[in-house]
Ligand binder design. Structure first.
Ligand code: FPP
Length: 231
């Protein structure tokens, strides 16, 4: 089962307590650690976390820098534990806009864990669903141009195979915390048949119990992928 999470509400969690927004993000990073650790026992085989969108660059420079610092810290502090726990880490998004040291850390973590067979963890950084489709289209078009792919052979599978999530199943469930009812450019292609859940808690308050409750509710949903119930 693949779960995608839009980790929203860090800023509101902090400001409503009179704290700086970055304190909320820091708390959020703590939640990431806990939710990653507890995913396998809940039957989650792939977890995709939306950490930074292509639109998040519009935030104040100190907030962007603070988030980048958190990503660095997370990768540094959790590298060995993730590897020991058999987690395979991959990154979604356009890494080319990120600082070189962060890119090196990302490459190192992905490379170190590439043969792990436990939880698949995707971290989306500088990720946008539309941007991902644009990049996939460019790479498909270049194959058509150089003659390695024919126009008639372009199918849904071709597009899937050129997205950042290539070789991975689509998300079964997408959870967005903090009450907003939108996708905000998250897994635009892959979410075609996903179920959605919008728990009314901020990401820093997304505990194991809330996670477990969401997954319990998901199990009760009937998914027919456009077909009708034949019973
Ligand atoms: C959205 O809340 C959250 C983000 C843009 C950042 C998510 C990042 C983390 C949880 C930090 C650590 C992540 C990893 C992978 C180590 P918001 O700031 O938009 O909240 P608001 O809507 O209340 O302002």
């Amino acid at each position: 089962m693949h779960v995608g999470i839009i980790m929203d509400g860090n800023g509101r969690w902090a400001t409503s307590r009179g704290l700086a927004r970055l304190v909320g993000h820091k708390r959020g990073a703590g939640r990431v650690k806990d939710i990653v650790k507890n995913s396998p026992q809940l039957g989650v085989t792939t977890l995709t976390l939306y950490a930074f969108s292509t639109e998040n660059w519009k935030r104040a420079a100190h907030e962007v820098e603070g988030l980048m610092k958190l990503f660095r810290g997370y990768m540094q502090n959790n590298l060995l534990e993730l590897h020991e726990k058999n987690v395979r880490v991959r990154f979604l998004g356009d890494a080319s806009a990120l600082a070189q040291d962060i890119r090196s850390q990302m490459e190192h973590l992905a490379d170190l864990t590439k043969d792990n067979s436990g939880l698949n963890l995707n971290i989306a950084i500088n990720y946008g669903g539309r941007d991902e489709i644009v990049r996939a289209t460019r790479s498909i078009a270049s194959k058509v141009l150089d003659g390695t792919l024919s126009l008639d052979d372009i199918s849904e599978d071709t597009i899937c195979g050129h997205l950042d999530t290539r070789e991975q199943a689509d998300p079964d469930l997408i959870i967005r915390t903090a009450g907003e009812l939108r996708l905000s450019n998250f897994m635009t292609w892959q979410s075609a048949y996903s179920e959605f859940m919008f728990p009314n808690v901020s990401w820093p308050d997304f505990t194991f119990e809330v996670y477990q409750k969401c997954l319990g509710e998901f199990t009760g949903r009937v998914r027919q992928y456009g077909a009708i119930d034949s019973k």
